[in-house]
Write a protein that binds this ligand. Structure first.
Ligand code: NDP
Length: 310
């Protein structure tokens, strides 16, 4: 069992920034990378709103840069997922899927969030056979095909815009008559002849054969009319769920599963801090996640100065 001052769980912008700050503060952080190293930004294309990159930067490149920056200051990355934690007494215990066990004085949780699925029958079984929550990963497979994206927020707009580079036609299914997305991404959609919004509409059934998805049955929520739409792809863009299942009974979570925080990144247990989308239902931006990662590292450093126990 390894003893350490600081464990960081998760490697999106929040975890990476916490790693940079805690490594520079000589806390020798150990970073547990999780199933999706680099987090959600590794599944996006161009990041145009992260300050310091006037021409934009790709998500994977930005995350690589952050990782290299943390490593330069001595952060240690371990490719594993946390299976269990014991936060009932300090110092805290963390058990990983690869069998590694750690005793940590401080813990920074930045496990982010994962794409939500609609819950339609067969949806999960059709992942990789027409259903996807990642246009960047799978868009290439839909060259000259028809795809539908469900959702009316920025994620759905971004997915639709990306898919329009490949697909012959992209339809956005949205359950209301106005979009939630920012005005600038809405305008991109309305200006793109390859994309059409299908208003007031929800998917109710996925139809498929042995090769995969063939069509979807949709319902107009105002008229209640059902119709069948031929499609090769069904992309999810309906938001995200926080990755906190391993924390149940260990930390206070809200009714959506987000970690409850106060005074910035403080959780319900002293010395445990939560940063980024795992505790943020509102801003959910790379830059706000990075900022909260910085706060988590500074709080962890202060905590160490005052509370280290053996
Ligand atoms: P949002 O919660 O903003 O949007 C989710 C969308 O999906 C809404 O339009 C919602 O409809 C719809 N929806 C939710 N559940 C269902 C369902 N079961 N069936 C059908 N439709 C459903 O999530 P996003 O992931 O789009 O965005 C999250 C945050 O991240 C936002 O703050 C956004 O601005 C940000 N973001 C920023 C980006 C950027 O700046 N480049 C890129 C991507 C995200 P309704 O509107 O009716 O609630």
């Amino acid at each position: 069992m390894k003893q350490t001052d600081c464990i960081i769980i998760g490697t999106g912008p929040a975890g990476m920034t916490a790693a940079i700050y805690s490594a520079r503060a000589n806390m020798s952080p150990i970073i547990l990378e999780g199933h999706e190293p680099g987090g959600q930004l590794t599944t996006t294309t161009d990041v145009e709103n992260f300050p310091g990159f006037p021409e934009g930067i790709t998500g994977p490149e930005l995350m690589d840069n952050m990782r290299n920056q943390a490593k330069r200051f001595g952060a240690e990355f371990i490719s594993t997922n946390v299976s269990k934690v014991d936060f009932n007494s300090h110092p805290y215990k963390i058990i990983c899927e690869n069998g590694d066990e750690f005793i940590a004085q401080t813990v920074i949780i930045s496990t982010g969030a994962s794409a939500k699925y609609t819950g339609l029958p067969n949806e999960k079984e059709l992942i990789g056979k027409g259903v996807s929550a990642c246009a960047t990963c799978d868009g290439f497979f839909y060259k000259d095909k028809i795809v539908h994206v469900v959702g009316g927020g920025d994620t759905a707009m971004e997915e639709a815009t990306f898919l329009s580079r490949f697909a012959s036609k992209v339809y956005i299914l949205h359950r209301r008559d106005s979009l939630r997305a920012s005005k600038i991404s809405q305008q991109k959609i309305f200006d793109n002849p390859g994309i059409e919004v299908v208003w007031d509409t929800i998917p109710v059934e996925l139809k498929f054969n042995e090769t995969g998805l063939t069509s979807i049955i949709v319902k107009n929520v105002k008229t209640k009319a059902l119709s069948e739409r031929k499609t090769d792809g069904f992309f999810l863009g309906i938001g995200h769920l926080p990755n906190t299942s391993f924390l149940e009974g260990q930390l206070e979570l809200d009714n959506q599963g987000l970690i409850k925080t106060s005074n910035g990144p403080e959780t319900s247990k002293p010395g445990i801090f939560a940063c980024g989308d795992v505790q943020d239902p509102y801003y959910r931006q790379a830059i706000t996640a990075a900022g909260s990662g910085c706060m988590g590292a500074i709080k962890a450093e202060r905590f160490l100065e005052e509370h280290t126990t053996t």
